[in-house]
Design a protein around this ligand. Structure first.
Ligand SMILES: Cc1cc2nc3c(=O)[nH]c(=O)nc-3n(C[C@H](O)[C@H](O)[C@H](O)COP(=O)(O)O)c2cc1C
Length: 322
């Protein structure tokens, strides 16, 4: 889903939106989610649109084509997308070389999202390779164990497998960048508790909640709802926010959470923050609304924080989940 990333928002961010998490200073909490910039082609352009953070990837060690087309389906009436891209990407070397060229960047946080090749027989080794290569080049790393389009990937969310994977990734870093783990919205309460235990045990820095869903909420056009893949956009807002709320209730302020899924306006972003998100990310709404969305969300967020009497973003995090 290519769309140009021209456009600028050079205005400095409202200081009420600033937040510090996992040792990084964000001038605003609104991020571009993984999948838009699979090959690290446009991180700087994304930041120029006004995002406080951008995450390239998912990158796999070797290049791979992904699934046959068609593999992206728009559901415009629902402001949703179903995709089964399957980690199409140019591979780690290409992404790393582009990331190397970014070294002299200014403001804005750039993350790298890593995964495994479809035909790999050693998942942990793939993530270790990605972490070793990208850690010196990014501000944070995301371990993506939640794409529905790579067979077996989500099994890495189990407690034992995840603990092993996250320990290996932590140990493989060549620079002490924070590691985040990105999880699915389709998890039971027990699954979520296991993930939080694994995150605490391995001292990983945070959790991104969530990736796309394999569920098909009522109201989708049946022809499209039957397409295999992950659903994103407005219908994902409620389930992903509910998962975020549950994680915040379990983990409190000990593990920073990134809220993703169906954010289409400032109210949605604010609701994720009040549910427990320290930062938010979006993708699908950008496809439907274009880049002006970022500025609108930031302005609306600042206004809502002030209207509710918060002096800082920090003070609003999790207030609806306590
Ligand atoms: C076309 C498309 C490709 C995606 N590719 C990735 C990916 O490579 N890695 C990843 O972690 N998430 C990927 N995602 C998931 C998004 O990062 C995000 O978690 C999800 O779409 C929910 O946010 P949204 O409702 O704002 O789109 C992709 C989403 C879409 C729509």
């Amino acid at each position: 889903m290519r769309l140009g990333l021209s456009g600028h928002d050079r205005r400095p961010d409202d200081p009420i939106l600033a937040i510090r998490r996992f040792g990084l200073q964000f001038s605003n909490p609104v991020g571009l989610a993984a999948g838009f910039d699979k090959n690290a082609e446009v991180p700087e352009a994304a930041l120029r649109l006004g995002f406080g953070l951008t995450e390239f990837g998912t990158v796999t060690p070797r290049p791979q084509p992904g699934n046959p087309k068609p593999r992206i389906f728009r559901l415009p009436a629902q402001q949703a997308v179903i995709n089964r891209l399957g980690f199409n990407n140019e591979g780690l070397d290409v992404a790393a070389r582009r990331a190397e060229a970014l070294q002299k960047r200014g403001d804005g946080i750039i993350g790298g999202n890593i995964g495994k090749n479809k035909d790999s027989t050693d998942a942990v080794a793939d993530y270790v390779t990605g972490a070793a290569r990208l850690s010196p080049l990014v501000d944070y790393l995301t371990v993506n164990v939640s794409s529905p389009n790579t067979p077996g990937l989500r099994a890495l969310q189990g407690r034992a497998a995840l603990t092993e994977l996250l320990s290996a990734v932590q140990a493989a870093r060549r620079a002490p960048v924070p590691i985040l783990v990105k999880i699915a919205p389709d998890l039971t309460e027990d699954d979520l508790e296991d993930i939080i235990r694994a995150v605490i045990d391995t001292q990983v820095a945070g959790i991104i909640i969530s990736n796309t869903t394999i569920e098909r909420p009522a109201g989708l056009p049946p022809v499209l709802a039957s397409e295999a893949g992950g659903l994103s956009g407005v219908p994902l807002f409620a389930p992903s926010t509910e998962m975020l709320r549950r994680a915040y209730r379990l983990a409190g302020d000990t593990i920073p959470l990134v809220g993703v899924g169906g954010i289409a306006n400032a109210d949605d972003a604010y609701a994720k923050i009040r549910a427990g998100a320290s930062l938010v990310q979006l993708y699908t709404a950008l496809v439907y609304q274009g880049p002006g969305l970022v500025r609108r969300i930031k302005a609306g967020l600042a206004a809502r924080l002030r209207a509710d009497g918060f002096a800082r973003l920090e003070d609003a995090i999790g207030v609806d989940s306590r």
